[in-house]
Design a binder for this molecule. Structure first.
Ligand SMILES: *Cc1c(COP(=O)(O)O)cnc(C)c1O
Length: 301
């Protein structure tokens, strides 16, 4: 497909159809479980299960069929599943939600629960996938956590061109018959060639290793910065969230200051500075990030 949101829509369609065709859920009853604080895109159905009022307000009526549970709590998933549940859709690390890393083993537990209840496990790795967190996919940080459905976008083209994808087995994607789904520009040759080249570069240049090693270094050095403005520094690989204390105001002015200092970042929600440098970054460039962030907080003192 073209955008990440469209890939999520595609996954929802295929998982619902799988529910009716394969799991034999009664007509119109398919349920998908999602997490509070999620971000899966901006189309009407996708915002229907957002818990962020700004994304939903004045865009109703919304699409039914979704149930919201807390992120990081596998027990809640088990309790929320009914015989009509077709899928659990989750970000392995909540990106827009504030670089929220779930407890160790969470996705392994999710995998187990989904298998036991014949529910599809779908990971939205649009932001976390393809090396960003130091493994090719973020679900690999847990053992035996391979999802049934993997949703990719953003880095799939090196962040350069609109292309997204839903990855799943023949049994699942095979429920789509010719004419069930499509898009004028979906799967177009240029987008496909760019995605293919971006994947080659990711593998050949071992960008995942670069993300893992330089990410570890970046986290270690950033955590040495002591500032009364910092509440927490978290993330994995080259995916970092610096949470600013509420008493220190919003993250946005900190991001704007960083921009004037030559470092582009983007806040998520009110309090978090997000750093997501290109995976081709060098050690020297990571040192510039560290120096700049340290200077930011020194000046803020
Ligand atoms: C960016 C993002 C999307 C939406 O992708 P678009 O290309 O903006 O439609 C969906 N899920 C996650 C996790 C994202 O980070």
């Amino acid at each position: 497909m073209n955008s990440g949101s469209e890939a999520v829509e595609t996954a929802i369609k295929v998982m619902r159809k799988w529910g009716y065709m394969i799991k034999k859920v009664p007509k119109d009853k398919a349920e998908i479980i999602v997490c509070r604080n999620n971000f899966h895109g901006r189309t009407t159905t996708v915002i229907s299960f957002s818990t962020d009022l700004q994304y939903r307000k004045d865009f109703d009526p919304l699409t039914p069929g979704f149930k919201v549970i807390d992120f990081g709590d596998a027990k809640q998933l088990e309790e929320a599943i009914t015989e009509n549940t077709v899928a659990f859709l989750v970000e392995p690390i909540q990106g827009e939600g504030g670089i929220i890393v779930p407890p160790d083993g969470y996705l392994s537990q999710v995998r187990k629960i989904c298998t036991e209840h014949n529910v599809l496990m779908a990971c939205d790795e649009i932001q976390t996938g393809l090396g960003r967190t130091g493994t090719l996919f973020a679900y690999e940080h847990d053992s035996d956590a391979k999802p049934d459905v993997l949703i990719l976008g953003k880095a799939l083209s090196g962040g350069f061109y609109p292309v997204s994808a839903v990855v799943a087995s023949e049994e699942i994607l095979g429920v789509f018959q010719p004419g069930d789904h499509g898009s004028t520009f979906g799967g177009n040759p240029l987008a496909s060639a760019i995605a293919s080249a971006a994947l080659d570069v990711t593998i050949e240049e071992d960008l995942t290793k670069n993300s893992r090693e330089l990410g570890a270094y970046l986290h270690t050095e950033l955590r040495k910065i002591s500032s009364r403005h910092i509440k927490e520094i978290r993330g994995r690989g080259l995916f970092v969230g610096i949470e600013i204390k509420e008493s220190s105001g919003l993250a946005r002015p900190f991001c704007e200051k960083l921009m004037t200092m030559g470092l582009l970042s983007k806040e998520t929600h009110e309090q978090i500075i997000r750093l997501a440098p290109p995976l081709i970054i060098t050690k020297e460039e990571v040192d510039i990030i560290i120096k700049t962030v340290r200077k930011l907080f020194e000046e803020a003192e």
